[in-house]
Design a protein. Structure first.
Length: 373
């Protein structure tokens, strides 16, 4: 189910990406031969609209758009080279708009989704290391003591000594010193944003020893929240969501560039693909393990927004075979001239495509081995 939902989301994002190219190509009078749902071989032609065939293809994933003259052909006839509906004969401004349209659609979609998701949920805001309970493991000491999420630990009591707690680290340090003991824990709650109910509740709880702790849990069996969802006035929430989306986009650009640098450096050094890099298979596995698609429609929408933002930013990178690579060559024409750039642009895109495909295959193989280890 997770794989199906992931493919469905990614296919939708690829299709709206290609629709961006399609509509800008039409706007600039570039002939569009085909808009395909899925990838070839072709299964059937669905319909024709404005001289473009809309087709259904046998590989049920994503989509593509096939433009007239997307790549310059030196062997074409003089008549074909002067074809005014060909992409390569359009002005730099028109080609730039067509190339950038796909990634921009993905980025706009992401910001739109963020405005919806964070209008409903609120904007994630740091809890500043406060020991607020987020999750409780079943059958753990916390579950037995009937601790609840959204309550904060404010103290412990052991041997008539009371220890006040303000930070998560203080909880961890207390537990390390007192494993194997039954203690009294003081809590306040329930909490909303940074405000908690003032009444103090006390519970007895056993602090498990290292030998008693199941894998993936802590001594008490609680996971602390790192953030809360801050909600402003309803009329400001969509804009707050967009602002948060821009902040996430900036952080993602930095993260992607750093990941690419690490990836390239490690491959050149012969170290293989770094552990932190995951392909589509790895992303599906991580999402499945986290139960991402079982957490409701808002979580799925938020995931689609982050994935769309990732897709848009990645495609704007100046790498041959990507939209950003095509944009780079359009700017390069200003310095070298259109004819000089045309001589090697096609080869550069083909080389870039082969390298990217090789990386995807390499990362996917590594992901498969990691899953079944």
């Amino acid at each position: 189910m997770t794989t199906f939902v992931f493919i469905l989301i990614l296919s939708f994002l690829v299709i709206i990406h290609e629709l961006g190219h399609f509509f800008l190509a039409k706007k600039n009078n570039v002939k569009v031969h085909e808009f395909g749902f899925g990838y070839p071989p072709k299964f059937l032609r669905l319909f024709t609209w404005k001289k473009t065939d809309f087709t259904l293809n046998l590989i049920p994933f994503g989509g593509f758009v096939r433009l007239e003259g997307e790549e310059y052909d030196e062997n074409a006839s003089e008549k074909e080279k002067k074809n005014q509906t060909a992409f390569y004969n359009k002005s730099a401004k028109a080609r730039l708009a067509i190339a950038a349209a796909g990634p921009l659609v993905n980025i706009i979609y992401a910001l739109f989704i963020f405005s919806i998701v964070f209008s409903v949920m609120g904007v994630p805001t740091d809890l500043q290391n406060r020991p607020r309970i987020g999750e409780i493991s079943p059958e753990s000491p916390a579950a037995v003591a009937e601790l609840k999420p959204d309550y904060e630990i404010v103290g412990f009591r052991l041997y008539d000594e009371e220890i006040k707690i303000n930070k998560i680290e203080e909880v961890i340090n207390f537990i390390k010193l007192n494993q194997g003991q039954t203690v009294e824990v003081s809590l306040v709650g329930p909490c909303q944003q940074l405000t908690c109910a003032e009444k103090i509740i006390t519970k007895e709880i056993y602090l498990r020893t290292e030998a008693e702790i199941p894998a993936g849990q802590g001594s008490m069996g609680v996971a602390f929240s790192d953030f809360y969802f801050a909600k402003g006035p309803w009329y400001l929430r969509p804009f707050q969501g967009m602002i948060y989306g821009f902040q996430e986009a900036y952080q993602m650009v930095v993260m992607i560039l750093m990941s690419l640098w690490i990836l390239i450096s490690d491959i050149i050094a012969g170290n293989g693909v770094p552990d932190g890099i995951a392909g589509p298979i790895g992303i599906v596995d991580q999402a499945s393990n986290a139960g991402l698609f079982e957490q409701g429609w808002l979580t799925i929408l938020g995931f689609s927004g982050m994935l769309s933002l990732n897709l848009g930013i990645m495609n704007l990178l100046p790498i041959p075979a990507l939209d950003g690579g095509r944009i780079f060559f359009i700017f390069l024409e200003k310095f070298l001239g259109k004819e000089k750039v045309r001589r090697f642009e096609g080869t550069a895109h083909l080389t870039g495509f082969i390298i990217l495909l090789g990386l995807i295959i390499l990362i996917s193989i590594r992901d498969v081995f990691r899953i079944f280890q």
